[in-house]
Design a protein around this ligand. Structure first.
Ligand code: FAD
Length: 343
């Protein structure tokens, strides 16, 4: 369980919960001057240019460097190396939280130089969460200060195949890896993405050919009996009924295919009683091209409980979050030839 310290008026509290099972930091004030480009040392002002609703609790925040500064080499580098994050500051409480940028848009909407450098974050509003609630309440054109990049995990250069088990916003690092791996020829990636509600992945039809119900996952009889939850306010779907994240996953598949890389995605939705099963992982572990040289890894990312269920707890040692022992479902499986990493 991630421990973090944050300040409320008159009190220092130790908090023990954070999505991704990860750290939430009270920021170190550091030098007060701000640099115009994103950098790990000082907070850089960005403008919230767009907030696109994904579901009742999550949205994509598009942030543009207020001074129009281009990406630094460090950011360009981070995109090539693996999973990276930025830290956003909550100015009143003096706390910071980490968020994982989504890959740059591949579609025609990234039609200007300015948009190419935008940072996009998929942020879930945690109930009672300090920073995520603060961010979700901000109107467009607000200033948000962030620093980074921070490399969270480096993808080995020789990675041949990745199985990524993602829960909720844990899809963001999966998309980063898909972006990086998809630029290398002949690589393979399988994403198993679990969500509590269908509204997070509207229109997602798995590549495994699994049975999907209607585009929003509810059969007409369930809707008739009144089991349908209210639709996400203003969640945009395209003409094929796909929500924004599903659409971007489809775009990543096409991007990978251009480099002869293969990306397959399976969707799992709790409210449809569809959960990731060990067999779903095992099927991909017994991949046909195990003969190919290179590293193979299983990555797990999502809320703390999700990571623990699949791979055991991450452990804090000396103020740093470490992998801890392999536990959970994956520890009971034959995964010879695969290394496992908790994000
Ligand atoms: C590397 C990394 C990358 C991440 N990327 C993303 C991302 O892309 N998208 C994303 O949405 N998140 C991401 N996260 C999670 C994110 O950093 C935050 O942890 C998350 O937004 C919640 O922060 P918060 O300040 O809103 O919630 P917090 O205030 O930290 O609260 C978290 C939870 O604890 C509960 N809580 C609050 N106070 C108490 C208390 N006193 N006692 C008990 N429980 C309490 C809250 O109700 C809430 O449910 C990432 C985390 C890491 C480490």
């Amino acid at each position: 369980m991630a421990a973090s310290i944050f300040r409320r008026p008159g009190a220092l509290l130790v908090l023990a919960s954070s999505a991704f099972g990860g750290a939430a930091y009270r920021y170190n004030a550091g030098p007060s001057s701000s640099s115009s480009s994103l950098n790990p040392h000082t907070f850089t002002p960005y403008t919230l240019v767009d907030k696109e609703t994904v579901s009742r609790t999550s949205a994509i925040f598009t942030l543009r460097n207020r001074d129009g500064a281009a990406d630094t080499e460090a950011v360009k580098d981070a995109w090539k190396h693996g999973v990276w994050s930025v830290q956003i500051k909550q100015p009143q409480l003096q706390i910071g939280r980490d968020y994982t940028p989504l890959p740059p848009r591949t579609d025609s909407e990234a039609d200007s130089e300015e948009k190419m450098h935008d940072l996009r974050l998929l942020i879930r509003q945690e109930e009672g969460g300090e920073v995520s609630t603060y961010l979700h309440r901000l109107p467009e054109q607000s200033t948000i200060e962030l620093r980074g990049p921070k490399l969270e995990w480096e993808l080995p250069e020789d990675t041949q195949e990745v199985i990524f088990i993602a829960g909720g916003t844990g899809i963001a690092p999966a998309m980063q890896i898909a972006h990086t791996l998809g630029a290398k020829p002949g690589r393979r990636m399988h994403i198993l993405w679990a969500n509590r509600r269908r509204e997070e992945c509207l229109g997602g039809v798995g590549d495994g050919g699994e049975l999907q119900e209607t585009h929003d996952g509810l059969s007409s009889w369930k809707r008739f009996l009144g089991f349908a939850p209210p639709p996400a306010p203003a969640a945009k779907v395209d003409s094929q009924g796909q929500g924004v994240i599903v659409r971007e996953l489809e775009a990543l598949k096409k991007q990978g295919a251009r480099h002869s890389s293969a990306l397959a995605i399976q969707y799992y939705v709790d409210e449809e009683n569809k959960f990731i099963k060990p067999q779903d992982v095992a099927r991909n572990v017994r991949s046909k091209d195990m003969a190919q040289p290179g590293s193979r890894m299983i990555l797990v990312s999502g809320p703390e409980g999700f990571i623990e269920h699949w791979a055991g707890k991450k452990v804090w040692i000396g103020g740093r979050e470490t992998q801890g022992q392999l536990g959970g479902v994956l520890s009971t499986m034959d995964l010879k030839g695969w290394s496992i990493h908790k994000l």
